[in-house]
Ligand binder design. Structure first.
Ligand code: DQA
Length: 144
């Protein structure tokens, strides 16, 4: 069974309570549970969230050889972090970038990503469902 790591960045621990008009009322825990229910029989999922850039990088480094695919919502670090991009490239694991909101319908600084050009695919604007679409697409891409 393929191992897929689902990684969430800063402020996503607040999902359900944080700006619900943008991010909805579903918690990160509920999103993770839905993923487990839908994909638990098809792949082995691990979940990690950190508010710190270093925490995310340490986790990605530690995945070397232990994950065959990654789904990442790097939150605001998406728009700023060369270091997370470099960690993903060093890990050399295919990844899908996901955002709950349609970042292209928001402020200009959210329109750029340090990750997108290296991602298998990018999903945004579908709320919590985006994580399921990301895992589905990733499994297809890695032939699972
Ligand atoms: C986000 C979009 C980012 O611009 C923002 O900083 C987030 C969440 C999303 O899921 O829509 O924290 O990644």
């Amino acid at each position: 069974m393929k191992k897929i790591a689902v990684i969430n960045g800063p402020n996503l621990n607040l999902l359900g309570r944080r700006e619900p008009e943008i991010y909805g009322r579903v918690s990160l825990e509920a999103i993770q549970q839905a993923l487990e229910e839908r994909f638990g029989g098809r792949c082995s999922l691990t979940f990690f969230q950190s508010n710190s850039e270093g925490g995310l990088i340490d986790h990605i480094q530690g995945l070397g050889g232990r994950a065959e695919g990654l789904v990442i919502n790097a939150g605001a670090y998406t728009h700023t972090s060369v270091a997370i991009r470099d960690a993903l490239l060093a890990a050399a694991v295919p990844f899908v970038e996901v955002h709950l909101s349609n970042v292209f319908a928001r402020e200009g600084f959210r329109h750029s990503s340090t990750l997108s050009d290296k991602a298998v695919g990018v999903i945004c604007g579908f709320g919590p469902l985006g994580y399921e679409l990301a895992v589905e697409g990733l499994l297809e891409a890695i032939g699972a």
